[in-house]
Design a protein around this ligand. Structure first.
Ligand code: DAT
Ligand code: MG
Length: 142
């Protein structure tokens, strides 16, 4: 299996539910290690830049206002098949469709307040990690 890194965000709804630790525990119990982390309040410009690929989607403005509605916890995760593993732990985008026991099934309330973000491919993982972290801020865990 390939050692990978992926970008994860605990979104404002989950931060406000005070479940950062519970979500970190799921990462750690499933072979994902935090190699960089920061809590931050995204500016409108940062949220628009991060989600630029969705600019033309009808939900873009709502997505940007949700992502700037409160602090987020941003982390780079490292582990075997980290990108797919994190997506599996997250569950489907719409929490109503997410498998039982996934983060979104347990903590998300709707498709627009869905608790977590996770990169969906190696290219987006590299771009998204670089969006938030300098190389020197990443602490390899092996
Ligand atoms: P994911 O976050 O599972 O990768 P995505 O990349 O398709 O999903 O969309 C990014 C975010 O945009 C998603 O987490 C929540 C929001 N979103 C997606 N589809 C939506 C919809 N139909 N209505 C409202 N928000 C939506
Ligand atoms: Mg996505």
């Amino acid at each position: 299996m390939a050692l990978e890194r992926t970008l994860s965000i605990i979104k404002p709804d989950a931060v406000s539910k005070n479940v950062i630790g519970e979500i970190y525990a799921r990462f750690e119990k499933n072979g994902l290690s935090v190699v960089a982390a920061k809590m931050m309040q995204l500016s409108q410009e940062q949220a628009e830049g991060f989600y630029a690929e969705h600019k033309e989607r009808p939900f873009f403005n709502d997505l940007v206002s949700f992502m700037t509605s409160g602090p987020v916890m941003v982390q780079a995760l490292e582990g075997d098949n980290a990108i797919a593993k994190n997506r599996e732990l997250m569950g489907a985008t719409d929490p109503q469709k997410a498998d039982a026991g996934t983060i979104r099934a347990d903590y998300a309330t709707s498709v627009d307040a869905n608790a977590v973000h996770g990169s969906d491919a190696p290219e987006s993982a590299s771009r998204e990690i670089a969006f938030f972290f300098e190389d020197s801020e990443l602490c390899p865990r092996g």
